[in-house]
Ligand binder design. Structure first.
Ligand SMILES: O=C(O)[C@H](O)COP(=O)(O)O
Length: 500
């Protein structure tokens, strides 16, 4: 991947000091601010290349659209529901989290709430502080022999299962669903229907996200006794303005403390800083939630292939005669060296195709979403068997198709074929290039040479197609781009120039 340059990072929340230290030790300027309003963030964000947050900073589309050169939003923690990931992706900004740093702490708090619910510990402590000694009111229940259902057997769910086994809880209902289901605020996994199906008096703990419980349904279930108690660390709105659940006598609650341990914060702060530094240094990409395709762009040699993909995109865009919108793109990678690379090659080709076409700045993070937004259908495949790698791209413009095939040979980008004109020698994709479509004629080369001389431009190379029948594509290397292609009209059918 092309090196990402990150010079200034804003940390907008209380993140462990090791985060700032690691970033600074690696030459990144860090500004720490807390309790920033949305307007403050919008006013300041344009000055930064990176932003590090926890869950309180709402990185909305407004904030993202106010960014200038922001390249990364680092979440020192797991949930990215406070970040508009779609808006970030469209803007080409990487969103990165630290998915395992606070697993143990979140699992431990879940178990703490489970145990506190069975023995009414918070309520009993409050009663003691109020001067009471009430041994009858807080009759509890053993956890031994009870059935524990864990919704979502991800990292935290598994840790909870491991910890509750020694308590002899039986886990008979282990629902496995992926993190995207669990963290999606619109998925009310526990609602009136699910409470009705539970055993009367069921107790519920939520240390994941407020949105996965229908809070009104929970209140109804608590009031009817269908739910015997709830331990809540998270709420749909934080802090919750509606206090009905918090104030319910059978609810014990915390202000989103799942990750609030010194250990978890140290891990998350360190993880996000190291992940950002590794990315900047081109060592690897870990934790990117919206740009997984980039993870494989750190392998040796991928940089040149990415440049090739972008260059083929630029060549095709320039050579589609009328600059009309294209509707379909088919990318085929070939050869063992590109096995597993068709993801980033597709993104790279789309960067080249969309540059100067899309209003946004295309990059490897956003090119596919920009294509989708423009209604462009992108398909990709990989054909095995060939030892030499190549990338073939075909686009459809108003029913006509244009095709280019390129490769990386000896570390250099080359074009092998343009619109079925296979070049006699691979064309070096570098510098200023003039592509011409013309019928084979002994007069072509001297005419073009003369025309370039008149324009004061030197011809650095001339690549002819292998076939000599019908109209074919030629490529001319130029010392500088021509001011105007009009003079070529009598000589050629089509002409396009570009710099790679
Ligand atoms: O998603 C998370 O990582 C946890 O909910 C913790 O959030 P926090 O970093 O704001 O405490």
């Amino acid at each position: 991947m092309a090196p990402v340059s990150i010079k200034r990072i804003l940390i907008s929340e209380s993140v462990d000091p090791c985060c700032k230290k690691i970033l600074q030790e690696n030459g990144i300027q860090v500004t720490e601010k807390q309790n920033m309003s949305k307007d403050d963030l919008i006013a300041e964000i344009k000055d930064y290349d990176g932003l590090v947050v926890r869950s309180a900073t709402k990185v909305t589309a407004d904030v993202i659209n106010a960014t200038g050169n922001l390249q990364i939003i680092g979440r020192a923690g797991t949930g990215v529901d406070n970040v508009d990931v779609d808006a970030a992706t469209k803007k080409g900004i990487i969103v990165m989290n630290t998915p395992s740093g606070n697993t143990i702490s979140a699992a431990e708090l879940t178990c703490t709430l489970l145990m506190s619910l069975s023995r009414h510990v918070p309520q009993a402590a409050m009663s003691m502080k109020a001067g009471n000694w009430d041994r009858k009111k807080f009759m509890g229940a053993e956890m031994y022999g009870k059935i524990l259902g864990i919704v979502g057997l991800g990292r935290i769910g598994k840790e909870v299962a491991t910890r509750m086994q020694p308590s002899a809880m039986i886990q008979s209902l282990l629902l496995s669903c992926g993190p995207s289901v669990i963290t999606s605020p619109s998925t009310r996994l526990l609602n009136d229907t699910s409470f009705a199906k539970c055993k009367k008096g069921v107790k519920v703990v939520n240390c994941a996200r407020g949105g996965i419980i229908d809070e009104d349904a929970l209140l109804r279930a608590l009031e009817s006794g269908q739910c015997g108690g709830a331990g809540l660390d998270v709420f749909v709105e934080e802090p919750p303005k509606n206090r009905a659940l918090v104030n319910h006598p059978n609810v014990i609650s915390c202000p989103h403390l799942g990750a609030s341990t010194k250990e978890a914060q140290a891990r998350c702060g360190q993880d996000i800083a190291l992940q950002i530094v590794d990315m900047v240094m081109g060592k690897g990409l870990v934790g990117a939630v919206n740009a997984q395709v980039l993870a494989s762009t750190f392998s040796p040699g991928s940089h040149q292939w990415i440049k090739l993909g972008e260059a083929i995109g630029v060549v095709l865009r320039s050579c589609t005669t009328s600059k009309q919108p294209f509707s379909q793109v088919q990318i085929t990678t070939q050869g063992d060296c590109l096995k597993g690379s068709s993801g980033y090659m597709t993104s790279a080709v789309m960067v080249g195709l969309l540059t100067d076409v899309s209003k946004s700045c295309p990059n490897l993070v956003n090119s596919l979403s920009l294509a989708k937004e423009s209604g462009i259908m992108v398909t990709r495949n990989h054909s095995e068997g060939l030892t030499q790698g190549a990338c073939e791209v075909e686009i459809s413009v108003n029913g006509s198709s244009y095709r280019a095939t390129g490769s990386v040979q000896g570390g250099a980008l080359v074009l092998l074929e343009l619109n079925r004109s296979v070049f006699r020698q691979p064309v070096s994709l570098t510098g200023n290039l003039l592509f011409l479509k013309a019928a084979a004629s002994p007069q072509l080369l001297p005419s073009v040479t003369g025309l370039l001389a008149t324009a004061g431009v030197e011809m650095e190379s001339f690549s002819a197609p292998a076939a000599r029948n019908g109209d074919q594509w030629y490529c001319v290397g130029l010392s500088s781009l021509l001011g105007d292609l009009g003079a070529l009209k009598p000589l050629v059918k089509e002409a396009a120039q570009l710099s790679v």
